[in-house]
Design a protein around this ligand. Structure first.
Ligand code: HEC
Ligand code: HEC
Length: 278
């Protein structure tokens, strides 16, 4: 790996770290972390949630692009202090943004999130163990994805996919893989997690080689892409005869034709159960 490429991978990460706000070290049970409980505060929190959070977490906290919040235990926000921190600061290197709202508004939203957590949890119809068999067998998912380091690095890592995405989102990812891809020509953004950045590119070099795969990095002069085999190529743009970007194209097959509805249920139940650390 060239020094320049290593720097390109490293510098965006530094930028993200630098943006992390400095948190006051209040103890989890200190008054600063106590959530408001009056009906007026809860109503305000519910309204703020609709504006700032529902887009990703669903209007009833049922989840969407982000995980369901209507569950009794949130792994990233085990106590109220952590919840306040996550809402104010976001989760680095993920799509969970920080909030610029003043502390009292953040506390009202947090109180609403805890109220959502007291709703009865969503029950998934499928059988996760059968889903695991489909993942390994008929779906051949490991040819492109890895779980706990096993499989291919071509598609996004799925080790913690159940903690990052809701069941509804996972189902849509299987039925319509291109649904969440960027359609716009927004340049590479290092603060967005892999699937949003996912862009399929095809290139031919001046000496006649044809390459296709996922763009993992790009600047004015060079481009790195990962082939489905997992092999990474680092190319200088000056070496290329053609470069085509397939915006909105997903190399992942749409599984609606391959799986029956009960099989899809099982696969979604399996994916939702994957909550391990990356
Ligand atoms: C642009 C989409 C987006 C918006 C807007 C958003 N979130 Fe998130 N949120 C996410 C994603 C994605 C995750 C999972 C991040 C990860 O773990 O990789 C997440 C994670 C969380 C978690 C941790 C959940 C857990 O299981 O531990 C909490 C709590 C949370 N968000 C609350 C909020 C609140 C409250 C708001 C509104 C102020 C909000 N989020 C706005 C996308 C979003
Ligand atoms: C040919 C390679 C390929 C195969 C086979 C494949 N995927 Fe994917 N998958 C991808 C790629 C690439 C992405 C990234 C976004 C996109 O292109 O849709 C993705 C995205 C996803 C996502 C969304 C991830 C996120 O964070 O939003 C899920 C979930 C997923 N795949 C699950 C599966 C499952 C389950 C199977 C097997 C039934 C499977 N994939 C088979 C390549 C593949």
């Amino acid at each position: 790996m060239s020094v320049r490429f290593a720097l390109m991978l490293f510098l965006p990460a530094l930028g993200t770290l630098a943006q992390e706000p400095h948190q006051p070290a209040a103890a989890p049970s200190s008054p600063a972390n106590r959530l408001p409980a009056s009906p007026a505060d809860l109503a305000a929190g519910a309204a703020l949630f609709q504006v700032h959070c529902a887009l990703c977490h669903g209007p009833r906290g049922e989840g969407g692009k982000g995980p369901a919040l209507a569950q009794p235990f949130l792994p990233r926000a085990p106590d109220d202090a952590a919840l306040l921190r996550v809402i104010a600061g976001g989760i680095p290197l993920s799509e969970m943004p920080g909030s610029q709202l003043p502390a009292p508004a953040i506390a009202q939203i947090a109180a609403h999130v805890r109220a959502l957590g007291r709703l009865p949890p969503e029950r998934l119809p499928g059988d996760a163990a059968r889903g695991a068999q489909l993942y390994a067998g008929k779906g051949a998912c490991a040819t492109c994805h890895a779980i706990h380091g096993r499989g291919s690095a071509f598609g996004p890592d799925l080790t913690a996919i159940g903690a990052r995405r809701s069941a509804a989102y996972l189902r849509r990812a299987l039925l319509d893989p291109a649904a969440d891809l960027p359609q716009s020509s927004v340049p590479y953004r290092s603060d967005v997690s892999l699937p949003e950045n996912f862009l399929f590119v095809r290139a031919t070099t001046r000496d006649g080689r044809a390459l296709a795969g996922a763009r993992i990095n790009e600047d004015a002069f060079s481009l790195q892409l990962r082939e489905p085999s997992g092999r990474v190529h680092s190319l200088f743009k000056s070496e290329l005869a053609t470069l085509h970007k397939d915006r909105g194209f997903s190399p992942m097959p749409a599984y609606g034709e391959i799986f029956s509805i009960p099989e899809l249920d099982n696969l979604v139940a399996y994916l939702a159960s994957l909550r391990g650390q990356k």
